[in-house]
Write a protein that binds this ligand. Structure first.
Ligand SMILES: CSCCC(=O)C(=O)COP(=O)(O)O
Ligand SMILES: [Mg+2]
Length: 236
């Protein structure tokens, strides 16, 4: 494969989601509002359901006193785009029905499906690392606008803030690489829109490239000077 940024072959492509494989607007303007709208009805129906306890009880006790306080805290976290695991876990649960009913479908950047198939065919492992929960990641890749829509068979492993840690921390990338000791860390390539994430991955020993996608925040001159920046997976 040609994803190499040096002479050694890349064996694992580790992918961010938002701003890398799909537009930020899908997450911020479609997924987040969908979960906000679904929450009140879900709280009424599920508040005392033991199956819902794993989502509810993960919230701090001070926000579990009433449905109103719970919903207000949820909304505050979403508005501040806080990447905290108890929020991400509940969002994934709230999106489930939307994907199943066909109301949600992930719009991938046009170069993404073809490249995922090509990497997979060439034996390169594709893994995901997103702040979105692993169940939410699987929903997104199962329900894409690609043909075929379900791309989950192409993905070898999934990482989030629960099983790996925060995406801006070097130790998270070490944890991920160490979970697949068959691939030395220098054979991993992490693709993300976020310079802090890319820096952390490089500090952990991975290779890493920044995606500059339509709708992403503008990159600083310093970022452009320090890191390799591409506009499409076709450049790899
Ligand atoms: C798994 S789709 C939802 C993505 C999400 O909730 C999010 O916060 C995006 O974070 P990313 O790490 O993919 O940029
Ligand atoms: Mg991102």
């Amino acid at each position: 494969m040609t994803a190499s940024t040096s002479s050694e072959e890349v064996q694992v492509i580790l992918l961010d989601i938002e701003g890398t494989v799909c537009p930020i607007s899908f997450v911020k303007d479609v997924l987040f509002p969908y979960a906000l709208r679904a929450l009140p009805e879900t709280l009424v129906a599920q508040w005392d359901n033991p199956d819902f306890a794993k989502y509810k009880d993960a919230f701090p006790p001070e926000y579990r006193q009433s449905k109103g306080e719970f919903a207000a805290h949820f909304q505050d976290l979403v508005e501040r785009d806080v990447k905290i695991s108890y929020l991400k876990s509940l969002q994934g649960y709230l999106w489930e029905e939307g994907y199943a009913a066909g109301h949600l479908k992930a719009p991938l950047f046009p170069d993404v499906p073809g490249k995922l198939h090509a990497w997979h065919q060439n034996g390169v492992k594709i893994m995901i690392y997103s702040s979105g929960s692993v169940p939410a990641q699987k929903l997104l890749f199962k329900h894409t606008d690609a043909e075929p829509s379900d791309l989950t068979p192409l993905i070898s492993d999934w990482f989030d803030t629960v099983n790996a840690g925060l995406k801006t921390e070097v130790k998270s990338y070490r944890t991920i690489a160490e979970s697949h000791p068959e691939f030395p860390v220098r054979q991993w390539l992490f693709l993300s829109d976020n310079a802090k994430e890319v820096e952390a991955a490089i500090d952990a020993g991975m290779r890493s490239v920044i995606l500059r996608r339509p709708g992403n925040a503008e990159l600083s001159q310093e970022t452009i000077a320090r890191f390799r920046v591409i506009d499409s997976f076709s450049s790899l």
